[in-house]
Design a binder for this molecule. Structure first.
Ligand code: MN
Length: 491
């Protein structure tokens, strides 16, 4: 049995390779459709993708542009010259007999990703490099035979290779999540994890703490959810500690993750590392980029999560509120622009804070309700109008929420203030009107004791009197004003 005490003796070290499918219209070297979702097998494949003799690949400039955007998100320098190489191996889903990749001159150099752990602590994960390459096809195994689908063959990827800077399963999950945010915010990928748009290979090793050598690593391949990254990392670490505690040797190998069984198992032994016979690909000219070109493309990248965390933190939002917004931006991308609303009023911090808080506390919870459907109304305009009505003391926060919920599912936006007035949601801030109610309340025998208490300095009694004014006004009186007028009357 592994006790916490035993696990404590060992240090976990994790490095992650991540394959990101780029959101181009066509494939990396051919004109075939790059969106294989809902397509029948082998229907979006060009002869270039399966490498028929005599075919000539032509590099998709769109993929290069997305890699340049990815470089900005990874804080990595874009190489002025990068090249493609052939990585030779035979596999049924790679009929070319080699994968076109970048072994010696990758497009993105060393970088760093700032990862927010739960609770807001930041860790830096260095990026070794990231390179462009093509995806392979897909095999599906059925008992005694397997079928191959080449729709995915030739899909452009960037492979992001981290340094072994992660030391916990939660850190591995947080890093994978942050890459997802970075790549989707930067518009590099569609980010559909279910369809394998991002796949993680996790390299895990265990060594006694204080040892100056890393342990032998095992690689768990093709994880496609953040949770499986966390679980597989934790499982593999414990598995290795178990072996080490029994005095056994860890073999360097590739392992697979079984999500149903929640465990890893050996796939292939890497003790004799394979010789891929890398060689420069003579068919594809080098990618040559000028500084101006790179700057221009990267200037198009919108604010990234790190920058948003800073801005929202400066506005006074808490860690969990900030992460709610960062996630929701991705979750509702293309449907409603959660952070764009904040962006639109960024020069007015009070408004920006109101909109950010409103999205966290009111709009996002509403979006998550099963029976709520977005309509075509301008949600930003609605929020802004409500913000102004509250600022002008015309609307209480309780009625503001009721009003928002009603109008959020309307087909078109009415004049918000008129609508609120007709529905009786506006509060009365007219002193003459409120003073009448205050007098009625104070002249009522039930107020005698409260008034006495108040005069004797028992300030709690004011709550009772304000409550009476609110009741008499049907909840419409401005409570702040009511309180002020009561105090003036009984002075
Ligand atoms: Mn790869």
């Amino acid at each position: 049995m592994l006790t916490d005490e035993i696990l404590e003796k060992y240090e976990m070290t994790v490095g992650i390779e991540c394959h990101v499918q780029l959101a181009t219209d066509t494939k990396l070297f051919s004109g075939a459709d790059n969106d294989e979702r809902d397509k029948s097998p082998n229907s979006v494949v060009s002869p270039i993708d399966y490498g028929l003799p005599g075919m000539l690949p032509v590099l998709n400039r769109g993929a290069v542009d997305l890699a340049i955007r990815a470089g900005k998100a990874l804080n990595g320098k874009i190489a002025p010259i990068s090249r493609f190489d052939r990585k030779h191996y035979f596999y049924p889903d790679l009929p070319k007999g080699y994968q076109t990749t970048q072994m010696y001159s990758p497009i993105i150099g060393a970088g760093v990703v700032h990862v927010a752990l739960e609770g807001g602590e930041l860790i830096d994960v260095r990026i070794n490099h990231a390179h462009l390459e093509e995806d392979a096809g897909k095999l599906t195994h059925y008992g005694t035979y397997s079928l191959v689908d080449l729709n995915r063959a030739g899909t452009p990827l960037i492979e992001i290779v981290s340094e072994p800077d992660i030391h916990s399963a939660l850190g591995a999950k947080a890093y994978a999540t942050e890459l997802y945010h970075l790549m989707t915010y930067a518009g590099v990928t569609r980010g559909d994890l279910y369809h394998g748009n991002m796949r993680f290979d996790v390299n895990v090793s265990a060594a006694l703490k204080g040892s100056d050598k890393l342990g032998t690593r095992a690689e768990v391949k093709n994880l496609n959810s953040f949770r499986s990254v966390e679980r597989a990392t934790e499982y593999e670490f414990r598995h290795q500690v178990e072996l080490l505690e029994r005095g056994e040797k860890i073999v360097q190998e590739t392992r697979g993750w079984d999500d149903a069984k929640q465990k890893t198992s050996s796939q292939r032994n890497k003790e004799d590392s394979q010789d891929y016979r890398y060689m420069p690909d003579a068919d594809i000219p080098p990618i040559i980029l000028s500084d101006e070109e790179i700057t221009k493309i990267q200037a198009d990248v919108p604010r990234l999560p790190g920058e948003w965390r800073k801005i929202l933190g400066d506005l006074g939002l808490e860690y969990s509120q900030i992460e709610t917004l960062i996630y929701a931006e991705n979750e509702y991308r293309g449907k409603v622009a959660i952070l764009d609303m904040v962006e639109s009023v960024i020069s007015d911090p009070a408004k920006a804070k109101f909109i950010a808080n409103w999205n966290v506390n009111v709009f996002i919870p509403l979006l998550r309700e099963d029976d709520f459907n977005l309509t075509n109304i301008d949600y930003f305009k609605l929020e802004l109008t409500i913000c102004e009505l509250i600022e002008q003391n015309k609307l209480s926060s309780t009625n503001a929420k009721i009003l928002f919920r009603e109008l959020a599912s309307a087909d078109s936006l009415p004049d918000v203030e008129n609508y609120a007035k007709e529905k009786g949601y506006l509060q009365v801030s007219d002193e003459d009107e409120i003073i009448k109610i205050v007098d009625e309340v104070l002249n009522n025998p039930s107020a005698v004791k409260a008034v006495e208490d108040l005069r004797e300095g028992n300030d709690k009694a004011i709550g009772f009197l304000v409550g009476q004014v609110m009741r008499k006004s049907g909840g419409k009186a401005n409570p702040v004003l009511a309180q002020k007028l009561i105090r003036e009357r009984i002075k």
